[in-house]
Design a protein around this ligand. Structure first.
Ligand code: ATP
Ligand code: MG
Length: 264
């Protein structure tokens, strides 16, 4: 069974794109067939995967407008070993252009459905907003992965996101659930961050991934080289943390599958 994860948090700069790129690369490293969908007009996941966003002939924009099939728009990441449905600035127009579009919330879902058999895991990088693009991501997803920074206000935005997920669940995507909360950019010497991290674990229990991503300069440098950290500096703490996280993600998938097939 293929898994589709939307990586989302309407708060900006919490590590969504870094997570999507590095988990995709780790999946490829572990022998999984992965597709990264860049749903952000900033196109950072596209660039970070080593793809020139200014030279795109087709992008996720054309796919959402049903002008290009995803089979034609996807590109292999030369540095990551996974496929990318790329994005650039043009995508910012999609919201307006889709306003009267038929089944506009399901455009991405339809596209992913048509290529899903080529992949074990599909990761969707959502923009920092609860807009139609993010709704498309949530409508297409099996589950949601929420990266968050362990800071004082981290939990504040979470209730809006949870509301949105609930709304999508009741109107567009019945099975949608939170797959996991991921602590990002964790600084072990920051006492407040450690405190918030512990609170998250207390509050959300097993929903919080055991693996937390440390603040690591290699993760910040890698995108400017068009590479996931696993390629840029495989031994770095950041690359290794994402590899560990990816193993944990796959373990959860397996546990979930076992749970589902278990008798009564
Ligand atoms: P946006 O909301 O704008 O899409 P985002 O949630 O996708 O942002 P990223 O772009 O992944 O966040 O990360 C924000 C910045 O922090 C980037 O410059 C990135 O390189 C850096 N960064 C992300 N994770 C780490 C980390 N663990 N250690 C150090 N730097 C990081
Ligand atoms: Mg981003």
């Amino acid at each position: 069974m293929s898994r589709v994860l939307a990586v989302t948090n309407q708060k900006g700069g919490v590590g969504k794109t870094t997570t999507v790129v590095n988990v995709a690369a780790s999946l490829a490293e572990l022998g999984q067939r992965a597709l990264l969908v860049d749903l952000d007009p900033q196109g950072n996941a596209t660039t970070g995967s080593g793809i020139d966003k200014s030279a795109l002939k087709h992008s996720v924009y054309h796919v959402l407008l049903e002008q290009t099939p995803p089979q034609e728009a996807r590109i292999r990441s030369p540095s990551g070993g996974y496929d990318v449905l790329p994005a650039n600035r043009e995508l910012a127009g999609a919201e307006v252009e889709l306003v009267d579009g038929e089944r506009r919330e399901y455009r991405l879902k339809n596209a992913i459905d048509s290529v899903i058999s080529d992949y074990d895991v599909v990761l969707i990088d959502c923009p920092p907003a609860l807009n139609l693009l993010t709704i498309n991501g949530l409508a297409a997803a099996w589950r949601v992965l929420i990266p968050m920074q362990c800071e004082y206000y981290a939990l504040e935005g979470l209730s809006d996101l949870v509301q949105t997920i609930r709304r999508v669940r009741s109107h567009l995507n019945t099975g949608l659930e939170i797959e996991g909360l991921l602590r990002t950019m964790l600084d072990p010497r920051n006492a407040l961050a450690q405190q918030v991290s512990a609170q998250l674990e207390q509050h959300f229990g097993a929903k919080v991934y055991r693996t937390a991503i440390p603040r690591n300069v290699r993760l910040a440098e890698a995108p400017s080289h068009g590479q996931p950290a696993l390629r840029y500096d495989p031994a770095s703490k950041g690359a290794q943390a994402y590899l560990q996280l990816t193993r944990e993600i796959l373990e959860r998938f397996e546990a979930d599958a076992l749970h589902r097939v278990s008798p009564i």
